[in-house]
Design a protein around this ligand. Sequence first.
Ligand SMILES: CC(C)(COP(=O)(O)OP(=O)(O)OC[C@H]1O[C@@H](n2cnc3c(N)ncnc32)[C@H](O)[C@@H]1OP(=O)(O)O)[C@@H](O)C(=O)NCCC(=O)NCCS
Length: 163
Amino acid sequence: MTAPGDDLDRIMAVMAAAFDPAFGEAWNRRQLEDALLVGNCHYLLIASNGEVPETGAEAAGFCLSRHGYEEEELLLFAVAPGHRRRGLGQTLLARLAASAKARGAQRLLLEMRQENPAEHLYRNFGFTPVGRRAGYYRVPGGACFDAITFACDCQTIANCRKI
Ligand SMILES: CC(C)(COP(=O)(O)OP(=O)(O)OC[C@H]1O[C@@H](n2cnc3c(N)ncnc32)[C@H](O)[C@@H]1OP(=O)(O)O)[C@@H](O)C(=O)NCCC(=O)NCCS
């Protein structure tokens, strides 16, 4: 999936605001462009009203995923701080599950740094831990955190949350 330049701008604006620089998890524009060039990566944008943003309007959140056979992996997922805890994250995840299912995915996978508060959201959706990679994330100060892999059936998400 390719992205028009203004979608890249909108994603990068959310990325800059949403990810804590202490963890070094935000991607740069080049990484984003390269991922989207491969062809099996997909993104969704959400506006502050929960709709798809109008052309030229800013995004409040986005997600980026990579499809592979019967699975889709969530690579990036963020809502800008001023728009959090209003259900935009769960709406994005529900839309991602629906579109991944339409591409043939049976389940969603994601990898999360241990202790990320996003875990509450994932567990509410029915994601369960299926693996752990010790010390996978090394943050700019040198500390290491485990990566926890979560998985959830697309159908479970479709059954339990709004789209
Ligand atoms: C994770 C993130 C996308 C959630 O977006 P959001 O729009 O705030 O999520 P929602 O409003 O849909 O949250 C739905 C529910 O998830 C849970 N939840 C979400 N964020 C939470 C948090 N920080 N702490 C505890 N529970 C949380 C709550 O149960 C919440 O419902 P409630 O507000 O009624 O209690 C956002 O916090 C973010 O961008 N974080 C920084 C980037 C990041 O870490 N991304 C994930 C990488 S794995």
